[in-house]
Every structure is written in C-alpha cells, then in structure tokens.
Ligand binder design. Structure first.
Ligand code: Q9C
Ligand code: ZN
Length: 334
C-alpha cells in the first residue's frame, strides 16, 4: 500500500500538557511518527497542493491565528508554548479581540494543544499527506495511508484541541467532494470521539460521519460523542455515534464496527476515509480499551470486505513501542 509522510511534520514538539491538574510530558510526541514510519515500507513525501484544500474546511481567520500566535506570544514576553487559560463558554459572540490569550480562548477548547512556532507547518504537511493518500485512491489505488501527525479529528473549522490543529480527515473528505465524489463517509476508530470532524459535517447530508469511541461520559472529550448526537438540518441522520465502555475488547468492538459499516453501506459512499487511532490498543499510555496488536488485522479486514476505495489517515496512539506494529498490522488487512 502506498503511504505518505513529510519530515516537516516532526518539527512540532510542545513541551508539556496540562493533565489531571498537573503538567506531564506531551503525549503526542514526534517519536510517535518516527515509530510508525520505521515500521512501514518507505513512505513517500506528498506533493504540495497548497492552502486551497485546507481553506475549503478551515476559516481563513483561524489559519491566520495558527501562523501568527507564536509571534504574538513571544511579543507579549511569554516563555514556553502558547497555551490558553480562558474560554468563552458563556455568551459566545464574535468579538474583535487582539490579546493573544483571548485569541487562544477563541480558537481552542482545551489546554492540551499548545501552538508552537512549528505547529502550522507540521499540521500543514500532515494535511498534504492526507491529500496525497486521498488522490492516490481517487486515481485508482484500492487503499492508501497517510501518517498524519499532528493528528486532526478534534480540530474544528476554527478551533484546535486534543493535540489537533487541522482536521485532515475533513480536508480529505472535502477534497474528494470537490473532485466530484457525491458521497464520502468517514469512519473514525480512534479511542476518542472525533468532535471536530462531527462538528464540521453535522449539518451536511453529503458526508457521513460514523465513530466508535470510549463513552464520553467517562472519557475525553466529554461534551461530544454521545449516542443521541445524530446530525442536524440537512445532516440529520448522517452522524452515527457508538460509544463503548472502558475495557472493551475485540468481540464487542467488532459488533459495533459491523453496525457502523452497515450504516455506512446504507449511505453508499464513493470513498471511505478512515480516521485510524491505535489508542484503542490494550497497552495504550492514555486510553482504556483492550484491542490487541493481532486484532487490528481483523478490524481492517472487516472494513476492507465492504470494498469501498479507502484513504486511511493516522490519528492517535500513544504507546510508542507498539504503535508501529499496530498500524502495520491494520494496513496488512487491506
Ligand atoms: N492531558 C487524539 O487521540 N488528553 N487525541 C486530555 C489532558 C487529550 C487525544 C487530557 C486526548 C486527546 C487524536
Ligand atoms: Zn485518540
């Protein structure tokens, strides 16, 4: 299978994240991508398709924010990575604010996604990798892989969060729509609900979003991914959330996967985008499902059996010793 990755994706390296009341080393480290790349046959560098496909999903003001915030942070005399501390939960409205702390609050939803001087470039090239994999599939490959890092599925049109800055799955799906594919489905099998992807397509009937994830009653991102979220307006029914309890192992996971795949089949997609998180792994550093390395081939075969042209995009997975084997095993199922 062809795979895409650009070494500029490694530059982004926040020092730390706020976790359960204290700082810990940043879990979404460049070493993750190095480990996945080392486990796969040679990955190709993507061509540069420019900002157009990113701006087809993300607000121009938000892209500008990602580029400018490290300078604003330094100009304010701050040390370390730009991180927020106040968010507009109450009475949200469009205010024309300029102080860096206000801008971060406006364009993020958590404190685990610092914006560094390299964040824009790394996220940009992760999106380019996703676009390259998508183009490969649109041009006839049965499936292709993109080693997207930093990941994407928590990022919305104008906000970052959950280690994500640009939503590569959304950029890929929108690019396929713009290339003439009428219906695109996104299957999100990261441990966490992809709230950004859901948000971007919630009111649209042309992109179906199905997600299997840890119940947000117990797990991040808490506020999204509950079973009663089914999309709205034209997108009513084009969102499917299947939350599962902590401790879920292969058999119940597969049952949920069949349910998601049946819903995707009823939608009849011309392209499938898989948001692949291997943080469902039993030994994951920050997550609590019980999927074993060999299980990833089983899950991939269940998906591949449906026959849809498939772009597979990397999302989470935080046990560095295991993510290469887990991704490699998943790709072997195609
Ligand atoms: N340290 C993905 O797997 N952790 N994102 C929240 C604060 C954030 C995971 C606790 C988890 C985000 C792409
Ligand atoms: Zn995750």
């Amino acid at each position: 299978m062809r795979g895409y990755f650009d070494r500029r994706q490694l530059a982004h390296a926040p020092e730390r994240e706020l976790h359960n009341g204290g700082y810990m080393a940043y879990a979404e480290s460049p070493a993750r991508a190095e480990a996945v790349a080392a486990a796969l046959p040679e990955l190709e560098a993507p061509e540069d398709r420019g900002e157009g496909p990113i701006l087809a999903v993300h607000d121009a003001g938000y892209v500008d924010f990602l580029k400018r915030v490290p300078r604003l942070w330094a100009d304010a005399g701050r040390e370390g990575d730009a991180t927020g501390y106040v968010w507009p939960v109450v009475g949200r409205r469009p205010l024309n604010l300029s102080r860096v702390d206000a801008l971060i609050g406006q364009h993020s939803f958590d404190a685990s996604t610092p914006v560094t001087a390299d964040s824009w470039s790394s996220a940009y090239w992760a999106s380019q990798s996703a676009l390259a994999a998508t183009d490969a599939v649109l041009n006839g490959e049965r499936a292709a892989f993109a080693l997207c890092r930093p990941p994407g599925h928590h990022a919305g049109a104008d906000y970052c969060g959950g280690y994500c800055y640009l939503n590569h799955a959304a950029v890929a799906a929108q690019a396929a729509r713009d290339a003439g594919k009428a219906r695109v489905a996104i299957l999100d099998i990261d441990y966490h609900h992809g709230n950004g992807t859901q948000d971007i397509f919630a009111d649209r009937a042309d992109v179906f979003y199905a997600s299997i994830h840890a119940d947000p009653t117990t797990d991040y991102p808490f506020f999204w991914g509950h079973a009663d979220e089914r999309g709205h307006s034209a997108g009513e029914g084009a969102t499917l959330n299947l939350p599962l309890p902590r401790g879920t192992t292969l058999a119940p996971y597969r049952a949920a996967l069949q349910q998601a795949l049946d819903a995707v089949a009823a939608f009849s997609p011309e392209l499938l985008v898989v948001s692949l998180g291997v943080d469902t792994y039993a030994g994951d550093a920050i997550s609590f499902f019980g999927i074993e390395t060999a299980d990833y081939a089983v899950l991939a075969r269940d998906i591949a059996a449906r026959g849809w042209p498939t772009a597979i995009l990397m999302e989470g997975g935080y046990t560095i010793d295991a993510i290469g084997a887990n991704v490699s095993r998943f790709l072997s199922g195609f």
